[in-house]
Design a protein around this ligand. Sequence first.
Ligand code: BES
Ligand code: MN
Ligand code: ZN
Length: 530
Amino acid sequence: MARKQATAKARTGKATARKQPSVKAAGTPAIELAADALALPVYEEDVRAGGRGRVKALDALLGGALAAAVKAERFAGKAGQELSLPTLGRAPAGRVLLLGMGPRGKAEAWPSTGFEPLRHAAGKAARAAAKAGARALAVALPEDGVEDVAGAARALAEGALLGAYAFERYKSEDDARRTPLAELTVAVPAGAERRAELRDALELAREIGAAVAWARDLVNLGPADCTPTLLAEQAEALAREARLAVEVRGPKEIAALGMGMFLGVTRGSSEPARLVTLSWIPRGAAAKKPPVVLVGKAITFDSGGLSLKPTESMVTMNTDMAGSAAVLGAMRVVARLAPPFPVHAVLGACENMPGGKAYKPSDVLVSYAGKTVEITNTDAEGRLVLGDVLAWAAQTWNPALMVDVATLTGACMVALGHTTAGLFGPDGAAVDGLLAAAGASGEELWRLPMTESLKEQLKSDRADLKNTGERWGGAIAAAHFLHAFVKDVPWAHLDIAGPSHAPKERGYVAKGGTGFGVRTLVELVRAHRP
Ligand code: BES
Ligand code: MN
Ligand code: ZN
């Protein structure tokens, strides 16, 4: 069978092409739901006590088979543990999945993590359901221990939708494919399914699930498919579908704006650069409110340029546009939220390549802001493009709040690992807002200090600044570099080099692009008061 050409397939021109499962709430007792698979979160204590409530009722329907399986599989309800059992026609659901949630007492801390344990458990359930060929999945709230029903239901729905994600665009048709999730039901206490708050929560989960899947798709594409041109086309497609305004500028216009750092980075590549703005503008007087501005790093491939990366470091550099994917995904949800203030997204999209025209170590570039920058390493390209884009955005819009999201430094990944993003910025609304937003969304951030001594390292003998300091503290030096171009705009920087892509499967996170940042940015906009 002919392998479909990747490029042709990627350029469908639609941002919302991926088929999304339906999501609904049900107030019916969970064990009466006729899904292909029914997932029930259970606490350790209840497993030790031989089951209670609906697990006990289900066990009775199954003639004791559930209790027997719990024993045989040594299922103890520990966090992350899972048990899957077909019901063979004895219960309305075709299969039961018990999800270990750890001790009941720990559930008290879930709200402060945006219900992340529920999100992970539901994600694992969706993956197990797909393996078992289930198209309709029901996930129940825990029987007790959860007060915020809407928050928990949202986390379960997001987790299941994200756990059901698979990137199969480059797989031949005859390769084994996962059963796509078609219907998701969240079982809630009777009556709760009619509450507006719950409906809104599930609607938001559905939007977020779709937006994160889209962001993951963009990150997972190869660099021959996900070019600056494709990112611009995807932004245009979203604008058409979601009442957003879009503007795409090419190399000539970027040159005319005087973005000398951006131009320097793009020079070694034969892919034309794109400066993309995507804007939510509310109707009426609200359009005049100071905007929130989201900036995403959009290096569609980072070879390192003449400071060439070794092969092992280069193979994941198709993901160096993950910041822009997060920003695009967030804008998709923002368009549905329709906030009463403007939100602008900006991407400076290009490749970092070592072509004959490439910028060189020892070059001096003149930035949009007028500062001159000595290039000491062409692999520190993200800060150059971002520096110009941030300065331009600050000047163009005078933002109430500006945030950039970037796979900026390997150093940040060394410091915080693969699950936590680094947060940088002066004390103020942007840093506070991001910390609160991340807490509400379940994404993990950790603030790192903007140590003054590291700023010194960016002083240059030949120009106003140089683009790298010492190796140590590299994530902090990079943040200082950006800060020099945003000056006093309320700003924060998120370094997502670690969490942008996952080296292995974890809970609702699939291997590869994670879509990290979409949820935090959405919460930031949701909580913003102009
Ligand atoms: N895109 C990389 C950072 C990166 C590394 C992201 C690993 C994801 C995983 C960035 O452009 C880069 O190359 N940074 C250099 C900076 C150095 C030259 C000062 C780095 O981190 O090594
Ligand atoms: Mn680089
Ligand atoms: Zn990079």
